[in-house]
Unconditional design. Sequence first.
Length: 355
Amino acid sequence: MDIQPWVWAVTITVLLAVIAVDFVIIARKPHEPSMKEAAAWVGVYVSLAIAFGIGLGFLSTPAQSLDFFTGWIVEYSMSVDNLFVFILILGSFAVPAKHRQRVLLVGIALALLFRGLFIALGAAVVNAFAGVFFLFGAFLLYTAWKLITESGGDDDDEEYKENAVVRMVRRFLPTTDKYHEAKLTVRIDGKRVVTPMLMVMIAVGLTDILFALDSIPAIFGITQEPYLVFTANAFALMGLRQLYFLIGGLLTKLVYLNKGLSVILGFIGVKLILHALHETTDWHVPEIGTLTSLFVIIATLAVTTVASLMKAKSTEAKEAAAAEAGADGAAGTAGATASHGRPEDDDEVPTRVGG
């Protein structure tokens, strides 16, 4: 796929324009979007991604279009999983609801920057040495193993732990625990101090770097075309801010999402290793096609989602039954106590009248 420089320039310019417009809207009217507003914007971004993928099929080849859609679905599913961490970070820093859009937008902009750098580096390495797919595949298998083993813990005990950079900022720079609207620094008693808004943006930005480490190898397992890798990442990230407000409460119900992602990452890891064997050896090894990959990814996500919602519904039913049983037991105990404390007519001692 031969992408002309002007196509790259137009693509990046459009992305920057979308981010700029978003930022201006948020800066002029900070607010927490309603479900209707968030759903509308998510629909817009998903529609744009679908239109872009269909357009690729006409302007390039159907195979490139299929690669884009497969990569976009992988990146989108991983972005949804990343929302869990964003919820923990924003909750830990107690970010005011009306300013959460700004923090998420800055995080998206930083994610696009970091992923763009990683994609350029990854493409250069892939072109120079096909054996790097062994490394990518092994890393994805390790990530899948970590997800499947760590997802067995109690989600209620999860909390955000500040990384070394955030702790260093707190140690060497004067900070305040109070938000001053959306300001990153303020002057208090003549001294310039860092606000929690800057701290949470640093935390989100560093988290984006960690996300990119498994995200980029995963999509290189679908396609090695840098333009498709970048656009699939961009479209997956652009609607992430609105998705946070749309399904923030639903995320807690997707209890098996990590397990589903571990299956997807493990599958792509195996696909990368088979591809590396095909490219670097004379062995006759099977290669997994993009259509097969798309089927496996969609089927895994569908099973994961349905199983998660069924589990959540079952848990809610059990909790409701337990609460009802507890209430009935408390009422029965209270009734028995009241009955025991009141003398019955047959046990009353007759009052003696007269001498």
